[in-house]
Design a protein around this ligand. Structure first.
Ligand code: CTP
Length: 398
């Protein structure tokens, strides 16, 4: 919920501008207020009247509108919000921001503001991929501007690729992640999720059946409670948690590196099904069948244990470290021993025997084990398990 937070929404001139109207509606529905600013080009796509009617506020568009200057100068306007959102952020607006232009109301606000800025780019795929635009994006990242999207898909111009405006629901989730109030507001939580893929050669890999559903659900539940979430994920099928900072990885080694560089965190939840082994001598040439018909022998090497590495960190260990224990026998006894061995604070144990349908399924039955003992939770959807776990985390961090 946005509970009275104010968004200054700069609508750029692009075919996706119509989606900004839906965004205004969603922000207001979430309890937020919107001040719309339309660039002259945006007014070719949506009318100030529709933006004003949906926002129930005055719309600003012209830098030299004296009435507005008398009521509220552009400097004041730029500081009147809790967050400045640019959606759609066109290639032109992005270039202006990166180079510090201030020759119309939108660019002047963006230069004068001292509030955090979130951009939702939308443009043709070639424009998005153009080196000039990519340079500008890197500049804005270095300037601390946050970004959501663009999404990949069919474009209004008939091409396919990255460049579509993120969906309004996703932009709202990103705004809520920044402004929303909840018991985890101000906390940074790290979540690992999904399987890892360990290469054998350029076309083959070792993997497991994890769908990433439980990890995604946990990240979403934490976001709903106001946490800032870094989501380090292997190649998972489950939808990504909207509003989290997504860090995609393939291997256990990459996952450890991504987790380490995402620290510090107040809590870390290791829901990934990390492959225990990798192929020691993975080749970059495809392994061919031999004439003798003898299959190749794969020599395995042990992967780093990410949970144990972070739990045992002397410096910069998150205050609360939570592991999962996927077991098929003696679930509680094995998980209790695993908690001690890995050095984490809580372990969420689940029975992944084939009969349970848990691995890759939609439900989970877990037992949460901490220093005080074991707490068995009834079988529920992965979403409900995630909600309960996020609430327990909020209590522990509170
Ligand atoms: N884990 C990890 N890095 C690994 C292996 C596991 O971070 N290389 C984490 C998982 O994310 C999970 C916990 O450790 O939170 C336990 O994973 P599990 O597969 O149950 O345990 P293993 O260490 O593989 O132990 P075993 O195979 O003996 O059951």
């Amino acid at each position: 919920m946005l509970n009275g937070k104010r968004v200054l929404l700069i609508i750029g001139g692009g075919i996706a501008a119509f989606k900004a109207l839906e965004l205004i509606r969603l922000i207001r529905k979430a309890g937020g207020a919107v001040t719309p600013v339309l660039t002259p080009a945006a007014q070719e796509f949506v009318t100030p009247l529709s933006a004003s009617a949906l926002a129930a506020e005055k719309v600003y568009s012209d830098l030299f509108d004296l009435t507005d200057e008398a009521e509220m100068g552009h400097i004041e306007l730029s500081r009147s919000a809790d967050l400045v959102v640019v959606a759609p952020a066109t290639a032109d607006l992005i270039a202006k921001m990166a180079h510090g232009h201030a020759n119309d109301l939108a660019s002047t606000i963006l230069m004068a503001t001292d509030t955090p800025v979130l951009i939702a780019p939308a443009m043709n795929v070639r424009m998005w991929l153009h080196p000039a635009n990519q340079r500008n994006i890197v500049t804005l990242e270095a300037d601390g501007v946050s970004r959501i999207g663009p999404d990949e898909g069919d474009m209004a111009c008939g091409e396919y690729g990255p460049g579509r405006l993120a969906e309004p629901e996703a932009i709202l989730a990103s705004i809520e992640a920044r402004l929303g109030q909840g018991p985890l507001t101000g906390k940074h939580v790290l979540v690992t999720s999904g399987p890892t893929h360990e290469p054998i050669d350029p076309v083959r890999y070792i993997a497991n059946r994890s769908s990433g559903a439980q990890g995604s659900a946990i990240a979403s539940a934490l976001l709903r409670l106001g946490a800032r979430v870094t989501f380090v994920t292997g190649p998972a099928e489950a939808p990504m948690p909207i509003g989290a900072e997504i860090v995609p990885v393939q291997t256990a080694d990459q996952m450890l590196a991504a987790v380490t560089s995402a620290l510090p965190a107040d809590a870390a939840i290791f829901a990934a099904a990390v492959a225990d082994w990798r192929v020691e001598s993975a080749t970059d040439k495809k392994i061919k069948k031999t004439r003798s018909g003898k299959p190749p022998a794969l020599k395995l090497a042990e992967n780093p244990d990410i949970l144990a590495t972070i739990s045992k960190k002397r410096k910069g260990r998150p205050g609360l470290v939570i592991g999962f224990a996927a077991e098929t026998d003696d679930v509680i006894a094995n998980a209790t021993a695993k908690r001690k061995r890995k050095g984490c604070d809580w372990i969420v144990a689940n029975d992944v025997s084939p009969g349970t349908g848990i691995m890759g399924g939609t439900e989970n039955a877990v037992t949460v084990i901490d220093a005080d003992g074991a707490e068995e939770w009834p079988r529920a959807s992965k979403r409900d398990v995630a909600r309960r776990l996020a609430e327990r985390i909020a209590q522990a961090l509170g």
